[in-house]
Design a protein around this ligand. Structure first.
Ligand SMILES: Cc1cc2nc3c(=O)[nH]c(=O)nc-3n(C[C@H](O)[C@H](O)[C@H](O)COP(=O)(O)OP(=O)(O)OC[C@H]3O[C@@H](n4cnc5c(N)ncnc54)[C@H](O)[C@@H]3O)c2cc1C
Length: 410
C-alpha cells in the first residue's frame, strides 16, 4: 500500500499551516511535511516581525494569546520628518503564532510530519503524483502544494515559480529592551509600528521599530540588492553592518540591550508571480511569491493564498470523479489575481519607484501624505494609478526616467 493522502503540503509556515487548517476543516486527508524538528519548531523559520492587522486576525480566527502587543498607529519616518496614520494592528509572537496554526490544524484532523525535508516532486507521465522527502521517503496525493517559502523545491523543479536572485529582499531584526519609544526628536512610537525610509540606514529598502510593550521593540531593516541599493550603499557593508550603524546613530537605542535568542532573519522575493499552478499542483505564500511588495506584509497575503488554494482543492475533490487537471487548478490563479493580490503589478511599480527616489523626496513625501486625504492614500496603497499619480511631483520626472531606463534594460 502506498502512503497516500488527498493533499500533501510542503512547509508549515503561515501559508502551509493555514491551508492545512482549511483543507482539514472540509474533512480531506491532509499531510504537512515540515523540515524542522518539532521540539525546536520554529527555529530558522522563526523569521518574521509578524506585524499584522485585524482583518487577518478576524478572518483566520487568530487568538489573543499569540499577540505581543496591540498597536494603534502606523508611523512612516523619513530622515527629517514623520507621518502618523491611526490604524489598529497587532505585533505577533511569530513562534507562538506558528505553533498555534499547527495545533489548531491537528485538532481539525491534519497530520504533521516534522523533521521531513521535501526534496522533489514525484512525476508520473508528466504529472505530479507525490513528493520525495528525507532522502528516499515517498508520499502520494491527489494535490501537492508547495508552501516552503523562498526555498520552493517543488515549484522550481516543476517550472511553476520563477524566483529570481536579483529580486530577493533580505531582512534582519533583533528584539530589544531599554528603547526610548517616545524620544523628543522623533514621533511617539508607543503602541506603533514604525517604518523608516532612509537610504543612509537601509539603502534601497527600509528599516523599522515595532513596539512590543513597555520599553521593548523589534528593530530591523531590509533591502533588495539591486541597482537602487548599490546606488546608495556604503562600501563593504552587509545587512548586519547597517543594523549596527543605525543602532550607533539613533539616540532611541542609547543603553538598549538585545534580548537573548530573539533574532529573526530571512528573505522573500519582490517580483511579479510566475505561473501559480499546474496539473495536481499549487504554489502558495512566499513560494509564488505572494508577499506584498510595498511593505513586506506576507503573513496575511500568504494565508489568503492558502485559503484560495483550499477552495480550489475543495472544488476539484468534491465531485464523485475527482478532477485535478491544470484547468481545474487554474481556479486558484484566478482567485490569486482577483482576491489575494489584485493590481500586484501596479503595487510593484509603486514599490520600485519608492525605493529609487533620493532621501530628500522622502521628507517631501511625509508632507504630501499629511496633505492628501485618506481616500487618495487608500487608493494609492491599493495600486490605483490615478491616486498614485496624485502623489507625484514635477521633480519626480528624473526618477521616472531612471525607472523607465531600468525597466527597458531588464
Ligand atoms: C525579517 C522579516 C520580517 C518580516 N516581517 C513581517 C511583518 O511584520 N508582517 C508580515 O505580514 N510579514 C512579514 N514578513 C514576511 C512573512 O514572514 C512571510 O511573508 C511569511 O512568513 C511567508 O509565509 P510562508 O508560509 O509562505 O513561508 P515561510 O514563512 O517561509 O514558511 C515556510 C515553511 O516551510 C518550511 N520549509 C522550507 N523548506 C522546506 C522543505 N524543503 N521541506 C519541508 N519544509 C520546508 C520552513 O521551515 C517553514 O516552516 C517578514 C519577513 C522577514 C524575513
Amino acid at each position: 500500500m502506498r502512503d497516500r493522502f488527498d493533499v500533501v503540503i510542503a512547509g508549515a509556515g503561515p501559508a502551509g499551516a493555514q491551508c492545512a487548517r482549511d483543507v482539514a476543516e472540509r474533512d480531506y486527508d491532509v499531510l504537512v511535511l515540515e523540515t524542522e524538528p518539532e521540539d525546536e519548531f520554529p527555529r530558522q523559520s522563526n523569521k518574521s516581525t509578524a506585524g499584522t492587522f485585524p482583518s487577518m486576525m478576524a478572518s483566520f480566527g487568530i487568538p489573543d494569546d499569540v499577540v505581543m502587543n496591540y498597536t494603534d498607529s502606523v508611523v512612516l519616518e523619513s530622515p527629517n520628518d514623520h507621518y502618523v496614520r491611526e490604524q489598529t494592528g497587532a505585533v505577533l509572537e511569530f513562534a507562538d503564532f506558528k505553533r498555534f496554526l499547527v495545533r489548531d490544524g491537528r485538532e481539525r484532523g491534519a497530520t504533521y510530519r516534522f523533521g521531513s525535508r521535501v526534496s522533489a516532486p514525484i512525476v508520473d507521465e508528466g504529472e505530479v503524483v507525490g513528493v520525495r522527502y528525507d532522502g528516499d521517503e515517498e508520499v502520494y496525493a491527489d494535490v501537492v502544494i508547495d508552501a516552503t517559502g523562498p526555498a520552493a523545491p517543488l515549484a522550481k523543479k516543476l517550472g511553476v515559480s520563477d524566483l529570481q536572485r536579483d529580486h530577493q529582499a533580505i531582512g534582519v531584526e533583533y528584539e530589544f529592551e531599554g528603547i526610548d519609544v517616545d524620544h523628543d526628536d522623533y514621533g511617539d512610537l508607543t503602541d506603533a509600528m514604525m517604518l523608516r525610509l532612509d537610504h543612509d540606514l537601509a539603502p534601497g529598502g527600509y528599516s523599522w521599530i515595532f513596539h512590543t510593550g513597555g520599553d521593548t521593540a523589534k528593530v530591523g531593516l531590509c533591502y533588495i540588492q539591486n541597482d537602487s541599493h548599490r546606488e546608495y550603499a556604503k562600501d563593504g557593508m552587509g545587512i548586519d553592518d547597517y543594523l549596527e550603524y543605525w543602532l550607533d546613530q539613533d539616540p532611541r537605542f542609547d543603553g538598549a540591550e538585545r534580548l537573548e535568542g530573539k533574532q529573526h532573519r530571512g528573505s522573500a522575493h519582490i517580483q511579479p508571480p510566475g505561473d501559480l499552478s499546474t496539473d495536481n499542483f499549487i504554489a502558495i505564500g512566499d513560494t509564488v511569491p505572494t508577499i506584498d511588495p510595498l511593505w513586506g506584509e506576507g503573513i496575511h497575503k500568504g494565508m489568503k493564498s492558502a485559503r484560495a488554494a483550499a477552495i480550489t482543492v475543495d472544488a476539484a475533490l468534491t465531485p464523485d470523479s475527482r478532477d485535478t487537471s491544470a484547468e481545474k487548478m487554474s481556479v486558484y490563479d484566478e482567485l490569486w489575481h482577483t482576491e489575494v493580490a489584485p493590481r500586484s503589478r501596479a503595487r510593484l511599480t509603486l514599490t520600485e519607484l519608492l525605493y529609487l527616489v533620493p532621501n530628500e523626496r522622502y521628507d517631501q513625501l511625509m508632507a504630501d501624505l499629511r496633505a492628501a486625504d485618506d481616500d487618495v492614500l487608500q487608493r494609492a496603497n491599493a495600486g490605483d494609478k490615478l491616486a498614485m499619480a496624485r502623489l507625484l511631483h514635477l521633480d519626480d520626472v528624473p526618477t521616472l526616467v531612471k525607472y523607465a531606463r531600468q525597466r527597458l534594460s531588464n
